[in-house]
Design a binder for this molecule. Structure first.
Ligand code: UDP
Length: 195
């Protein structure tokens, strides 16, 4: 099946290559989408946080992040095709974006971290277009300016790293104001790739 009902959350049963194709197609078709990655930790949060659970039920795509979901699916007797996590996806997405001339905006993590992660990807994929970066510790009254900066950057894809569930709630709240066609919450991704 295309989706698996994992404790009440519809998880896309896909592969990394197909998940990236799906992102590119949504941009080309001008069909906005929010993507959430979930691991077992996220499911625990979803149990106690109804707003987050509601967002997971409404986003266009939930991807299975990490081996925990894979083990869970095995126990439930589901054939999960692949572990489609953000850490593995990021470099492959950057490579594909460089080929397709699509640009990324990296929002979140401590000051300088998103920029460093972007620079590291630019070293690997010199044709990559990074539309902008911004740390995730802006004051609430800077929010409108942050959204304006993202929109003016012309980014096709927005990656937001505020941690779960803050990033998902933020993306969902502002989805109608955000211009990037694809938005996704990526947790500690920029910390991982800034080293
Ligand atoms: N973060 C942020 N703004 C905040 C809170 C957190 O930018 O107000 C960043 C933090 O610096 C880190 C990321 O969000 O880069 C959360 O990473 P973590 O590995 O904790 O994410 P999770 O495990 O929730 O996916």
């Amino acid at each position: 099946p295309d989706h698996l009902d994992f404790f009440g959350i519809a998880i896309a049963n896909t592969t990394m290559g197909e998940a990236i194709d799906w992102i590119v197609r949504r941009i080309r078709d001008d069909r906005p989408a929010t993507i959430a990655f979930v691991n077992p930790d996220c499911l625990n949060i979803a149990y106690t946080n109804p707003e987050y659970r509601e967002v997971l039920n409404q986003v266009e795509r939930v991807l299975p992040d990490g081996i925990g979901i894979r083990f869970g699916c095995r126990i439930l007797g589901f054939g999960l095709r692949a572990n489609v996590n953000g850490t593995d996806m990021f470099p492959r997405l950057c490579e594909r974006c460089a080929d397709e001339k699509l640009s990324l905006f990296l929002l979140g993590a401590r000051p300088g971290v998103a920029r460093q992660a972007a620079e590291n990807m630019l070293q690997r994929y010199p044709d990559l277009k990074i539309a902008g970066t911004r740390d995730g510790y802006f004051a609430p009254d800077a929010e409108a300016e942050v959204i304006e900066t993202i929109n003016r950057s012309g980014a096709d894809i927005l990656l937001v790293a505020f941690g779960v569930p803050k990033q998902e709630l933020w993306l969902w709240k502002h989805r109608s104001r955000l211009k990037p066609r694809i938005a996704m919450g990526v947790g500690g991704l920029f910390d991982f790739y800034s080293g």
